[in-house]
Design a protein around this ligand. Structure first.
Ligand code: UGA
Length: 484
């Protein structure tokens, strides 16, 4: 099938490359001259595992780039809209890009096309796109508008696309539904997995997958509701971790206990410094705004967002509790990205925590495997230094803070780090490391919802303030982390 994808952001780029991978002819359109030029030169503008290989495999063959929508859409059966829907000042999704693309497509109708929304959008967006197209002279029956929400996660987007657990398509006519079914057919019938030159991702096998066909409104709602539910799971476990801190229980044990109930499940129950990224924060406020407009006060979502903000403050209180005062302290930080596996720092809790610490007078040396370049323009201070190795960050630091869950941070040589730190203190906002291992290595280790440990501590519930009173005279009297 000939597919036009509009927008070469994260969703458009991954979807375009993956549609080419499963056998379609794809033209990826972007009117941003810089992006278009970079893609044409063979660059991959985002850090996303497997994407550079996939682009290299199909570029100039089944995947081409264009800055001209009319040419790109000629003869296409499917036109996928993957343009941005940034939040406006009320938290609502700004749909002006979607509207202007809808208008532009209207002048490109050389044959029947299904215009497919892949951006995360409020209910009724498909109806609006259809209306805009009719108003701009597209004859009834010449086009259908459909919704095909994306469930990709940054860092694993290619794997998520090629090995999905479900594909949701919202279409109001059989003809449109049929086009969408054919777009995904190689994944639905499994024929893609039998091809000799398929893109192999180790450890991933074809798994049972559901093709869910709905109306456009239901599909639009499925996307918002999925993200809201996942964010709710994270805030829920973060709230439980706060109680664990207060009573001295261990969130890992609690997680195991509740997550092993199949109805609840283990995934997305990792406590930490809260969710970030370009999706959850934006989608929750947009969903909240959509509900308000429909006359429903979705207060549960407000609470989810509030708990999420509180997590950053809780972490900062833990830092103060471990170090007493912040001004003049030299802190090693691991992580800038909103999660491991990406260079994306949008709404990253790591960035906001670093900003607070700089504001309180700390000096920071930070390492991130991918997000440094993007952070330089955001974190501007003469007290921050971006370094190129984790070991450089920890040299002579008063403590080490872990803010992003990069897998490689688990594998570091914490024996060497112990020697290079001025004080062997780790405050782990992602629960990446094992309390027992850190204690054995001689650390004072604080994490989220797990008892603090001290070097080979037999008293697992040691308070960091009392730890420090024996270690650093300066910390005597430090205020213990309050559970509030
Ligand atoms: C999220 C959804 O997971 C995708 O299904 C969806 O397609 C995507 O948004 C989107 O709407 O485009 P993404 O934002 O890439 O994907 O990242 P997640 O893996 O969901 O993580 C979001 C945030 O939650 C990160 O900051 C992560 O560190 C945090 N998180 C995640 C936790 O704090 N605990 C967890 O257990 C899981």
């Amino acid at each position: 099938m000939r597919i036009t994808v509009i927008g070469s952001g994260y969703v458009g780029l991954v979807a375009g490359a993956c549609f080419a991978e499963i056998g379609h002819d794809v033209v990826l359109v972007d009117n941003d001259p810089l992006k278009f030029a970079a893609l044409s030169r063979g660059e991959c503008p985002i850090h996303e595992e497997h994407l550079p290989e996939l682009l290299a495999k199909h570029r100039g063959k089944r995947l081409t780039f264009s800055d001209n929508l009319k040419q790109a859409a000629a003869g296409a059966e499917a036109v996928v809209m993957a343009v941005g829907t940034p939040p406006n000042k009320n938290g609502e999704a700004d749909l002006s890009y979607v509207e202007s693309v809808a208008r532009e497509i209207s002048s490109c109708m050389d044959s029947y096309k299904v215009v497919i929304g892949k951006s995360t959008v409020p209910v009724y967006t498909s109806d609006w796109v259809r209306r805009i197209m009719l108003l701009n002279g597209v004859p009834e029956g010449m086009a259908d508008v459909a919704s095909n929400p994306e469930f990709l996660r940054e860092g694993t987007a290619v794997a998520d696309f090629l090995y999905p657990d479900r594909i949701v398509v919202g279409a109001n006519t059989e003809r449109a539904s049929d086009v969408l079914h054919r777009m995904y057919l190689p994944l639905i019938d499994g024929s893609y997995y039998a091809t000799a030159d398929r893109f192999v991702i180790s450890d991933l096998q074809r798994r049972p997958m559901q093709f869910i066909s709905t109306t456009t409104k239901s599909a639009e709602l499925i996307k918002y509701a999925s993200n809201a539910f996942l964010a709710m799971k994270i805030s829920f476990i973060n709230a439980v971790a706060t109680i664990c801190d207060a009573v001295g229980a261990d969130i890992d044990q609690v997680r195991e206990g509740i997550g092993s109930d199949e109805r609840i499940g283990r995934r997305f129950l990792n406590p930490g410094i809260g969710y970030g990224g370009s999706c959850f924060p934006k989608d929750l406020s947009a969903y909240h705004a959509v509900a308000r407009e429909c006359g429903y006060d979705f207060r549960l979502l407000e609470e989810v967002m509030d708990i999420n903000t509180q997590q950053r403050h809780r972490f900062l209180r833990k830092v103060r509790s471990a170090l007493w005062t912040i001004r003049g302290k030299r802190l090693a930080v691991l992580g800038l990205a909103f999660k491991g596996g990406t260079d994306d720092i949008r709404e990253s809790p790591a960035i906001s925590i670093i900003e607070s610490l700089l504001g309180e007078g700390a000096s920071i040396r930070v390492y991130d495997p991918a997000a440094t370049a993007r952070s330089r323009n955001v974190l501007v201070s003469d007290r921050i230094e971006f370094v190129s190795s984790p070991y450089e960050a920890t040299e002579d630091a008063d403590a080490l803070l872990i803010l992003t869950d990069w897998a490689e941070f688990k594998q570091l040589d914490y024996k060497t780090i112990h020697k290079s730190l001025r004080y062997p203190i780790i405050i782990d906002g992602r629960n990446l490391l094992s309390c027992a291992a850190m204690s054995e290595l001689g650390y004072y280790y604080t994490s989220m919802g797990r008892p603090d440990v001290s070097p080979q501590s037999s008293r697992q519930e040691l308070q960091v303030s009392s730890v420090l009173s024996t270690m650093m005279p300066v910390a005597v009297g430090a205020v213990a982390e309050s559970a509030a």
